[in-house]
Design a protein around this ligand. Structure first.
Ligand SMILES: C[S@@+](CC[C@H](N)C(=O)[O-])C[C@H]1O[C@@H](n2cnc3c(N)ncnc32)[C@H](O)[C@@H]1O
Length: 165
């Protein structure tokens, strides 16, 4: 099931846009956007669980081991990230969004350690971190930092933002 946050804000992404799903996992969001007719690229170090689909490009790459970014010079109409955080990658992800394009990002934040994993500070956004990340180049459409109870209790931070033209 796609995240309700991604479903709620998917409409910000133009129908003909390209979408990059970063650390796509089993591809739940890649598939969600592909089913909407968008051209999707899903990248993860393990893509073995992502089913092929029309207009879905599946890229296997480790995004943390120092290998070159697999999409040099490429920009997308949207970058989607859920339940993944690797801070050194953040500038690259923002740069991969075309002017007018959309960032949908949702992951765990400080306070989540009360509920289990992830609990390491490296994997938890700090208070306001997503807002700070985008503040000078994006306009924020929606932002939340809150406790959720589904699919399980967790502290999450999430943003929908559009890159300034
Ligand atoms: C918690 S899962 C989230 C998957 C997906 N975004 C979702 O929400 O369903 C984290 C994903 O990050 C990927 N990942 C972790 N380290 C990675 C790395 N170094 N390079 C690429 N992908 C990585 C894992 O393989 C896994 O699929």
């Amino acid at each position: 099931m796609p995240s309700p946050w991604i479903v709620q804000w998917a409409g910000l992404i133009a129908p003909a846009s390209t979408v990059l799903d970063v650390a796509a996992g089993r591809g739940r969001h890649a598939l969600f956007f592909a089913e909407r007719g968008q051209t999707v690229t899903a990248v993860d170090r393990d893509t073995s669980s992502i089913a092929p689909y029309a207009k879905l490009e599946i890229v296997t790459a480790d995004l943390e081991d120092g290998s070159p970014w697999p999409f040099p010079g490429r920009q997308f109409g949207a970058v989607v990230v859920t339940n993944y955080l690797h801070r050194p990658l953040m500038p690259t992800l923002l740069e991969a969004i075309a002017s007018g394009g959309v960032l949908l990002y949702e992951t765990f934040m400080v306070g989540n350690e009360r509920f289990g994993k992830p609990s390491r500070p490296d994997f938890l956004l700090k208070d306001g971190e997503l807002l700070e990340l985008v503040h000078d180049r994006f306009s924020v459409v929606a932002y939340e930092a809150r406790l959720i109870s589904e699919p399980r209790m967790a502290m999450v931070q999430r943003i929908a933002a559009r890159r300034s033209s």
